[in-house]
Structure formats: C-alpha cells, structure tokens
Design a protein around this ligand. Structure first.
Ligand SMILES: C[S@@+](CC[C@H](N)C(=O)[O-])C[C@H]1O[C@@H](n2cnc3c(N)ncnc32)[C@H](O)[C@@H]1O
Length: 219
C-alpha cells in the first residue's frame, strides 16, 4: 500500500488556506480512499471514547442531534444507537457516499452540506450538536465562523459536544491541523453565551500521544 505522505498533505492544505479556500481540498481526502472508508487516513473507525462515555451517562429519547463534518460516520452511528434522531453532514460528497455505502440501512440522515451556509431551518433546531476535529482543520476567521455556526444550531437547552486536538495558548500556531487552545474553547462561553457543563483534557493512544479537549456546553 502507498504510504500516506503527511508532509505533502500539510503543504496541500496550507496552499489552499493561503488562497483563502478553506475547505475545497476536503473532498480529495475521501476521493483518494477510492470507495473504501477504511483508507481515510484521519478516520479512527471508532467513536470518540469520551462521546461514548457521555452518551452512556445521558440517556435520551426523541432528541435531535446533528454531526458537523461527519467524515465516515462513526460518531453519527453512536449517536443514533444512543437514541438520537441524527442528521450527519459533511462538505465532502465523497465522504457522504462512503457513509451511505457503509450504513445502507441506517436511520441517519447523511447529507452534503456546508457548515458555513447550512439550510436555514437547521438554525436553533438541535438538542445536541457534535463537533469532532473540524475546527482544527480550518484557519483564521473560518475557525471563529465555524464556532459561531456550531452554536447557532442549538435550540434552547441544547448541548454542543466538542472534541478536538488541544494546544497551549500561543503554541503550535502554524500546525496543520491546528489544535484549539483554551481561549478559543472559552469563546463558546464568552461569545456564544453557552454554559460549560463538562471540560476535560486527555492524551489519546497514538504514538506519540496527542493532547485533546472534550467539552460540553449548553445553551
Ligand atoms: C478532520 S475531519 C474529521 C472527520 C470526523 N468528524 C472525524 O472525527 O473523524 C474534518 C471533517 O470536516 C469536514 N468539513 C470541513 N469543513 C466543513 C464545512 N464547512 N462543512 C461541513 N463539513 C466540513 C471535512 O470534509 C472532514 O470530513
């Protein structure tokens, strides 16, 4: 199998970001998998363990969840299994094709959409909004816009569940992906006026281990 060239990937993303094209490269990652969801380099092929733990403790029925940048669909599947009525979207048509092929009989509504221009009727419509690793692939103003759009999907009492790579303030400024710092996370509270219910950090099981944040905010 061809080895994934991480340096070439980072340069490709940087070139797009420098041209103010924040997301036009995303579909290529899924296209390169040639119909095999196991070949998407950033897909863990399992749900985030902190999301699973959260869902175990927060049993639900008849609630609506939306998954931002759902990738190959693992987290959407876990939310659906936990009882949510799930909409899962991605800007990449190839990602959504992989999800539909992977889960042909699922009740999840997998669809192509752009977080930055989502359908109007999604606004303030969801009990749970799940974001995992999308903000971190964006740069500059698009990170802020993404956070605002994520918060805008919440209904009153709705919860934003956020999972991402993390960094110390002022560090790793040029990384791709660029992890979130605590100040960016706190904007969910200070700018979007959400209440922090859970905030935790942890190291994953990669070699070397990567530092992450997992947080839940409520409107
Ligand atoms: C790093 S991947 C993470 C995928 C998945 N959430 C996971 O954790 O495996 C980021 C995802 O966000 C999607 N994405 C990026 N910008 C988006 C946007 N504006 N609207 C919808 N999806 C977007 C990408 O296509 C990609 O699937």
């Amino acid at each position: 199998m061809e080895e994934f060239d991480f340096e070439a990937y980072k340069q490709m993303v940087k070139d797009h970001q420098d041209n103010d094209e924040p997301t036009s490269w995303c579909d290529s990652i899924y296209k390169d998998a040639r119909g095999d969801y196991t070949k998407v380099f950033w897909a863990d092929l399992e749900s985030n363990p902190y999301l699973l733990q959260y869902l175990k403790k927060n049993i639900t029925k008849d609630k609506k969840a939306i998954v931002i940048g759902c990738g190959v669909g693992d987290d959407a599947k876990s939310l659906s299994d936990a009882g949510y009525k799930v909409t899962a979207f991605d800007i990449s048509p190839s990602a959504i094709d992989l999800c539909k092929k992977r889960y042909p009989h699922s009740k999840i509504d997998f669809l192509v959409a752009d977080l930055f221009s989502y359908p109007k009727n999604w606004r303030e419509n969801y009990d749970l909004v799940y974001e995992c690793n999308t903000i971190q692939i964006l740069a500059g103003k698009y990170r802020i816009l993404a956070r605002e759009k994520i918060s805008s999907l919440l209904n009153k009492g709705g919860k934003a569940v956020i999972s991402c790579r993390s960094r110390l303030l002022g560090k790793q400024e040029n990384d791709i992906p660029k992890p979130l710092d605590k100040k960016e996370m706190n904007e969910f509270i200070h700018k979007d006026k959400l209440k922090e219910l859970i905030f935790t950090d942890y190291y994953d099981n990669q070699e070397p281990a990567v530092w992450h944040f997992f947080a839940v905010y409520q409107k």
